[in-house]
Design a protein around this ligand. Structure first.
Ligand code: XLS
Ligand code: NI
Ligand code: NI
Length: 437
């Protein structure tokens, strides 16, 4: 049985290939900067967009053609979709995947039955993982779709909803363990608010922290060897999402003593919604040793919401790979395509085109970033720009020897600061363009 009869296994054919169902840059075994592309990039397919996306939008229902979606018994469909998913990922040659509990398995009549259905799905996923060698990058719980989460999950005004969410995350952690997942993600969902007239902000933050502490406790209790990741996003669905960007999350984690237990899962479209570039968010996270994993996608420059498009912008992928290379790699994280095909791209083969383009954009970005890193011109420029800190008064300040008094004495004697040098932004942008090929 095949679900994609017209699509062969996707092969690397080199930059000159005109075959749209081939990689032009992603060559998994090719070594770049001392490591294979496969090990650098650690691509993952996400279950929710790729296998559950229908193309629905606020103006019309889904119109995606998915011949295997026959309707009827939802659990039977969940089981069939596993075969679809693993055929797709095998043909694409992607080593990892990610899920929410409710994308892989639907609802039973109550929590107990819902969990029993999930157990059956997880058992089949485990067999498929063993058969194909595809691994779980991360699991997470959907704490935002069901009406019970209308006011949030751990930040709900309803304590019972907090308890339900805790039970759901407990189960999702256990399933992640069963499938050998190496990370577990907490994206805020509806943790945030629309209006402060009805919201006790401080109490909600306290509850969110309590929830995460309990999650850490349970992870340790069951011996789940997974890195916990917070995924920042500033708005959507709520106007003010609590985990708005990496800096806000850092402040939150530190305030509540959680900073050693978490890293970040950064998403390109969330960075831009926050008014940042992904380059900024990743550099910030890497600076504090908090770069965990990536949700790879992009927004639309002209649209103000989370469009979750597939990443194709080489400047962005190059900048991202530059941060990753300089940070020494993604560690146990990966590049998860949290991205969906456009509603107009409704055929199954479009799922392949989308992922091939994203994988190639990162592979090319990796090669470009590696060339930039190897030449060292950017690093050298930055080093020289800060040279005044390496000796003299700069070194005194950095080592903590200086005070306002010694600095005043220094400047009174000197009379004025040394002249500034140019930032040379345009020269550097031109220089980066030389590598863009
Ligand atoms: C939504 C988020 C979501 C997380 C997982 O905007 O990106 O898909 O990655 O809950
Ligand atoms: Ni995401
Ligand atoms: Ni998103």
């Amino acid at each position: 049985m095949t679900y994609f009869p017209d699509v062969p296994a996707i092969k690397y054919e080199g930059a000159d290939s005109k075959n749209p169902l081939a990689f032009r840059h992603y060559n998994p075994t090719e070594v770049v900067d001392g490591k294979t592309m496969k090990d650098h990039l650690r691509f993952a397919v996400c279950w929710w967009h790729t296998f559950r996306g229908t193309g629905g939008d606020p103006f019309g229902p889904g119109c995606a053609v998915r011949p295997w979606e026959t309707g009827g018994d939802t659990h039977a469909m969940d089981m069939t979709r596993i075969d679809v998913g693993f055929e797709f990922m095998s043909k694409l040659g992607v080593p990892y995947y990610c899920w929410h509990d409710r994308d892989i398995s639907g609802y039973g009549d109550d929590l107990r039955e819902t969990n029993q259905l999930l157990d059956k799905v997880v058992a089949k996923l485990k067999v498929k993982q063993q058969e194909t060698g595809i691994q779980l990058l991360w699991g997470t719980a959907n704490l935002f779709s069901h009406p019970r989460f209308v006011h949030g999950a751990s930040t709900s005004c309803n304590a019972d909803v907090f308890a339900y969410a805790a039970a759901q995350v407990k189960k999702a952690l256990e399933c992640t363990k069963e499938l050998g997942g190496t990370n577990y993600v907490f994206w805020g969902g509806r943790e945030g608010y629309h209006n402060l007239y009805n919201t006790d902000l401080k109490r909600e933050f306290d509850h969110l922290a309590k929830f995460l502490h309990m999650a850490v406790e349970h992870r340790n209790k069951i011996g789940l060897d997974a890195q916990f990741l917070i995924e920042p996003k500033p708005k959507e669905p709520t106007t003010h999402q609590y985990d708005s960007d990496a800096a806000a999350c850092m402040a939150f984690l530190r305030t509540y003593g959680l900073e050693k237990e978490f890293k970040f899962n950064l998403e390109t479209n969330h960075a831009t919604l926050a008014g940042h570039t992904m380059f900024h968010e990743m550099t910030y996270a890497a600076s504090y040793g908090m770069l965990g994993s990536i949700d790879a996608n992009r927004g639309d420059e002209l649209i103000g919401w989370d469009t979750d498009q597939f990443p194709t912008n080489l400047y962005t992928t190059t900048q991202m790979m530059l941060v990753i290379l300089n940070a020494g790699g993604l560690g146990r994280g990966g590049l998860n395509f949290d991205a969906k095909v456009r509603r107009e791209s409704f055929e199954p083969v479009d799922l392949f085109h989308a992922h091939i383009g994203g994988m190639d954009a990162f592979a090319q970005g990796l090669k470009i970033a590696s060339a930039i890193k190897k030449d060292g011109l950017l690093t050298q420029f930055v080093k020289e720009r800060y040279a005044s800190w390496d000796t003299g008064i700069g070194a005194e300040i950095e080592s903590g020897k200086a005070t306002f008094e010694t600095l005043e004495a220094y400047m009174l004697k000197k009379g004025d600061a040394d002249k500034n040098t140019s930032g040379r932004q345009e020269m550097l942008e031109n220089m980066v363009n030389r590598y863009m090929k």
